[in-house]
Design a protein around this ligand. Structure first.
Ligand SMILES: CC(C)(COP(=O)(O)OP(=O)(O)OC[C@H]1O[C@@H](n2cnc3c(N)ncnc32)[C@H](O)[C@@H]1OP(=O)(O)O)[C@@H](O)C(=O)NCCC(=O)NCCS
Length: 177
């Protein structure tokens, strides 16, 4: 075996840290163009984090955000004084999936919600997305409703883009652990 053949495979051990996003993460969250269309959404969410209204939880590998989940603090209803945590924009880079990073992000999002005194968390799973629903149900989330999943955003070129993605709404009551 030549020296070259000896080096065609190696194990990569990489620590993953869960932390809040910083301004440096904003361009990196576009994942080299894959999510360029969400540039304005990322910027707006970051401003909301600075105002204490949302959190952008990041899975960091070597200073790169390879996964994230965002947390919005919402009133239970328009009239209600009670609030809950709504988790959204949950994704892990394809090459890092199936290794527990998504589950860890969800678990840490719940911890952050509890730190805010919130004891109920909700999340939406597209009806087509059986894998995400399986993950949420495994973590104790239960379906409590459904939604037409209609929303829109302004992309990096200033165009309004509409999404229609019917989804299940799931909830979980959080307890200190
Ligand atoms: C949903 C998503 C965020 C999950 O992230 P992930 O890092 O793959 O999640 P996990 O690794 O914790 O769990 C995924 C699977 O890997 C398994 N797994 C977890 N740790 C593992 C490990 N160490 N070794 C092998 N498998 C493992 C889990 O049991 C789970 O199995 P399942 O698919 O049979 O349910 C990811 O699939 C994703 O980004 N999807 C595209 C975007 C999306 O759909 N987001 C959700 C919007 S509703």
């Amino acid at each position: 075996m030549t020296t070259y053949e000896n080096h065609t495979a190696m194990d990569l051990h990489m620590p993953i840290t869960l932390r809040l996003a910083t301004a440096d993460d904003l361009p990196k969250l576009e994942w080299y163009g894959q999510y360029r269309h969400f540039r304005n959404l990322f910027r707006r969410t970051f401003r909301e984090q600075q105002l204490g209204r949302r959190l952008m939880l990041i899975a960091d590998a070597n200073t790169f955000p390879i996964g994230h989940i965002f947390i919005q603090i919402e009133r239970d209803s328009k009239q209600s004084r009670t609030r809950h945590a709504y988790f959204y924009s949950f994704r892990v880079m394809e090459m890092f999936r199936g290794r527990g990073i998504g589950t860890s992000l969800l678990f840490e999002a719940e911890n952050r919600a509890l730190e805010y005194g919130l004891t109920r968390a909700t999340i939406a799973a597209a009806k087509m997305n059986a894998g995400a629903r399986r993950l949420y149900e495994r973590q104790g989330y239960q379906i409590y409703g459904e939604d037409d999943g209609a929303w829109s955003y302004v992309d990096h070129r200033g165009r309004i883009c509409h999404i229609d993605e019917p989804c299940w709404l799931l909830e979980k009551y959080l307890t200190m652990r």
